[in-house]
Ligand binder design. Structure first.
Ligand SMILES: [Cu+2]
Length: 132
């Protein structure tokens, strides 16, 4: 038993009693565990070229598990916003500022048609079709 495990065991015993420790420890493990990651598919690039004020390509077709990477080659920042079509009106899937020279990646987990735009320059927009 490592020192750290011993400290945790004592903590568990104090909190819930020695007999309850195994149950308590199991519950703790569960909350720490992350949901299984979706296998990553291919990555598709959407870029913003310098002074273009446009996303290219404007429409992208991907499959569930694919990643869309927005890359900003512009000299100014852009703010990518995507709403979940099935979500509440205020529910945003993506709200991310991309600084000059930086990228942002998002893996789509559900098939649908997603629209996105730049919240700083409303003339910048595009759509992503995510097929099953
Ligand atoms: Cu912008």
């Amino acid at each position: 038993m490592t020192h750290r495990a011993a400290v945790r065991l004592i903590g568990g015993a104090v909190l819930s009693g020695v007999m309850l420790w195994p149950v308590w420890a199991g519950a703790l493990e569960e909350t720490v565990q992350k949901k299984p990651a979706l296998p990553v598919g291919k990555t598709l690039e959407v870029t913003v070229e310098k002074d273009s004020f446009a996303f290219a390509p404007q429409t992208v077709s991907v499959h569930v598990g694919d990643v869309v990477r927005w890359t900003n080659h512009d000299a100014q920042k852009h703010l990518v916003v995507t709403q979940d079509p099935k979500g509440a009106t205020q529910q945003l899937l993506i709200y991310h500022t991309i600084q000059p020279g930086e990228s942002y990646e998002f893996q789509f987990e559900r098939a649908d048609d997603y629209n996105f735009f730049c919240a700083i320059h409303f003339q910048m927009w595009g759509s992503i079709n995510v097929a099953p």
